[in-house]
Design a protein around this ligand. Structure first.
Ligand code: SF4
Length: 435
């Protein structure tokens, strides 16, 4: 079984004003190193309990993974190599904040096999970075990019944000021109959470760009980055030739992954449900079946873009056949560092919740995740797996004419214009399927 591994490193220098991620500021180095030990113990649990597997991608996300001392990163990767059959050509990504990128750090990361660096740039205006509570300046972003490229990272990704307070198109264009120096760019829309300092400021009147302005900024990203040789391969992601994130492509294709660390999420086929005490999903050995296709640590919320009450749910296996793609579960680890460490010490893993993906939600996820990518939904494969076409020929032709879909008869794939209204398209497809 091919599998991906997400490792959550929940440490940050300070707390950004918009952040609602699982992260802890000012954790001393010895505790960060001890945490690496907890993650290794959890990895050993999965190594012992998963069927034969190969780890094709590893993603250190955060938090700020670049704050993990090199010895901790090295130890986690050594554990994956020794015990989890880490592929020799594995894509290994480290998220880094620009202020923690130095020539020495880059050399160390490359030396331990990390081959993809993802820099959290967000904006190129120092005022804006201060509003966001970021710990870095634009000069540090420039230095970090230079360091990473000089050190020899073949794939450098940079993140930018739209919808920021006081952000104009000209400011976004300046940010895009900087981001375009990378191999891969992610553009995210600011999400405002009420219980954050930024959320409070917005509630007290801080103005944000409206939806139309934000949509225009995303279209500008498409045009400006396309002109610099980027393919818009997912709603929020752009890559130069060969620069696509293999790890994230796995999420969108619903491939299995394990999540290690505090607050991490995982997604596994039910067939590889692990023998945990009180695990309601544990399947006895004689019920195991061959997994032939498994299309992600996305928190997939199938109540959006529009939700059905449980009472209106259809009997998905009866309607759509019994594809293995229907049978999976997602889990979430405990977020509190101490409780996570205690759980790992006692049980081997840090799971807080384990939730089966209902067959109906599996189909919804398949549609929702595929339609985020420029490849889209393969119509024949979908019909084979789920016994029903997601779209009529007439509707497909109309969406092509309206510029929402690409003119690909074998696939339902959105255009950049379609990406902007992908929730509405997803809802329409779910309606077609009676979901
Ligand atoms: S760097 Fe990321 S995880 Fe850390 S506080 Fe800022 S937004 Fe949150």
């Amino acid at each position: 079984m091919k599998i991906s591994t997400y490792i959550h490193i929940p440490f940050c220098k300070t707390r950004c004003t918009y952040c609602d991620f699982c992260s802890y500021p000012n954790v001393p180095a010895h505790r960060r190193l001890a945490y690496a030990g907890d993650v290794c113990r959890e990895a050993l649990f999965y190594a012992a309990n998963l069927p034969p597997h190969e780890v094709g991608t590893v993603y250190f996300g955060g938090g700020t993974p670049s704050l993990m001392p090199a010895a901790g990163l090295w130890k986690m990767l050594a554990t994956l190599r020794e015990h989890m059959n880490l592929a020799p050509d594995a894509e290994i990504t480290l998220e880094a904040n620009p202020d923690s990128v130095t020539p020495q750090a880059c050399d160390g990361w490359l030396g331990m096999g990390i081959n993809r660096l993802s820099l959290g740039i967000q904006a190129v205006q120092d005022d804006m970075l201060r509003t966001l509570g970021r710990a870095h300046t634009h000069a540090q972003s420039q230095a970090a990019l230079h360091c990473a490229q000089q050190a020899g990272f073949a794939n450098v990704s940079m993140d930018g944000m739209v919808g920021l307070p006081g952000q104009s198109m000209a400011m976004w264009q300046d940010t895009l021109d900087f981001l375009a120096q990378a191999d891969h760019v992610s553009c995210y829309t600011l999400e405002v959470h009420a219980d954050t300092p930024l959320g409070c400021a917005v509630a007290q009147g801080l103005a944000l760009p409206n939806e139309d302005d934000t949509a225009d900024m995303m279209l500008e990203a498409h045009q400006r980055l396309a002109a610099r040789g980027f393919t818009h391969y997912e709603v929020s992601n752009f890559a130069k030739e060969g620069g696509q994130s293999r790890h994230n492509m796995g999420y969108w294709a619903r491939l299995p992954y394990i999540g290690l660390g505090a607050g991490a999420h995982g997604f596994l086929p039910t067939q590889v449900s692990l023998p945990m005490p009180h695990d309601p999903l544990h399947v006895p050995q004689n019920c195991l079946r061959t997994v032939h296709r498994f299309p992600p640590t996305l928190r997939v919320n199938c109540s959006t873009p529009h939700g059905n009450s449980p009472a209106s749910r259809v009997d998905a296996p009866a309607l759509y056949g019994d594809s293995p793609a229907l049978h999976a579960y997602r889990y979430e680890n405990i977020g509190d560092l101490t409780t996570y460490a205690e759980a790992v010490a006692q049980t081997g893993h840090g799971r807080k919740t384990t939730d089966p993906v209902t067959p109906e939600d599996a189909i919804k996820e398949t549609v929702m995740l595929a339609l985020r990518t420029h490849v889209g939904l393969e119509l024949a494969a979908f019909e084979r797996d789920f016994g029903k076409s997601p779209i009529t020929d007439a509707q497909h032709a109309r969406w092509v004419k309206e510029g929402i879909c690409q003119p690909t008869p074998d696939r339902l794939a959105l255009t950049p214009k379609g990406f902007l209204i992908n929730n509405a398209v997803i809802s329409a497809v779910w309606d077609n399927l009676g979901l």
